[in-house]
Design a protein around this ligand. Sequence first.
Ligand code: SF4
Length: 489
Amino acid sequence: MSKIEWTEKTWNPIVGCHKFSKECDNCYAEVMHNRHIHNPQQPKYTDPFKVVKPIESELTAPYSWSNPQKVFVCSMSDLFNKRVPLEFLKKVFHVMNNTPHTYQILTKRSDRMAELAHNFTWTPNIWAGVSVGIKDAIYRIDDLRKVPANIRYISFEPLIESVKDADLTDIHWVIIGGESGQSLQKLRKTELPWVEEIIEKAEEKDVKIFFKQWGRTEFNPNPIDPTIPKKGKKGKKKTKAKHLPKGGMQVNGKEYQEFPEYEPYRGYIINSYKDEVKELHDAVVDSISTLKQSYINCGQKLIAIEEMMDSIGKSKEHWKLFFDVDSFKEYCEVKLNISRETAYQIMWAVKFIQDTKPELLDDDSMKMPDYTKIRVLKPHRDDIVKNPKKYSDIYDMVFNPETTRVKLQEKVNEYFSTPKSIEAEIVEDDDTPDISMRILQFKMDIEDYISENDRDEFQKLMDKVEKLIKIEPVNPGTQISAENGELSS
Ligand code: SF4
């Protein structure tokens, strides 16, 4: 968690910098750097501050942060310092393109950012910002407008001069703040009219405003501003809250703590998986055309797609991102032109063969059993797979092309006393799903709306329901309650 009020985390794949303008005179990064320079726990700061050092090992860090966060990029340097090689910048952007966080870039080297911008993909999670604390830095805003970022912002901090000529056209957010972090003698005061000028311009253009702090209580034009942190004994701050505005954060009695509007970034998932998904999808589409001769290839690819979507998260949102559909059902119907039931039958059949006679899958000359025949085994599949010796005659019938589905069903009934209702459905039209299939379909329908944390509980509940149905023949009037998972008539 960062102490900087307008972000949540800092990420420093580069450390070190050098002074660039008079705004840098009291550089906070330099103070912090020098504080760590002899600290063995912080080996990346061992060189003097003026050594600009890209740190490859830092590039993996954002992949390990579990929740999407707002991340200030390079709080201990300037990302577009000319000593940062373009190749390294590309790596930084690659990380930002492929992780779910919202990245806040802030630079004083706006000309270099604008010049190199075309080398990078500005995914919507990358905000581009420039610092403008003096009137001679206003040109940076024109550079910023050349950068194709979804959100462009200006940090007027430390605001040490009036910047009344700043043009906020096409800017989405401004941060305003006074200087802090040094002794009172060194600090340069921010005057109220300079702040009012920016606020007025921002309000005119509908730009969001974040007023961070006055920097020192002595600089706050309102000495009784209630947001000035209270001091305890020995001058220590009483409040331990994260956002502790140095010197208070009200401007004429008002607080400005706005952020630009932005959507959570999901494109990183597409970036990470798009080639794999495309390849699999193309393979499924190809295999559909040979479905009549062999369903094996199609089934294997469907299983691969299902497993991949599982690993990504398998939410409605993911189906939308990859295939512009809401669910697996819609994917089958719209993209593959087959029913979801057919897809399940094929997948079950392939899984059954994989688990029982995988060697058949490598033998092109082998005729595979009809996938609708294998479906007969579905309610007892686990028992059968676990006890191959006990059910060897069932296996023989499955893999014997002469055995019809009805004959196989009779054999299964001998072993398992299959309820009449299931038997009746199985020998009906192929498109009429059996009870187990209905349960599976119900599960798939609901699963998209179950959070990741509840999935285990949900799976247990569904297993119970399935067991109950296998033990008790289901009456025609019996329904499964989606709310409590129990059977109710
Ligand atoms: S550009 Fe930023 S990090 Fe670099 S010296 Fe100036 S204030 Fe410090």
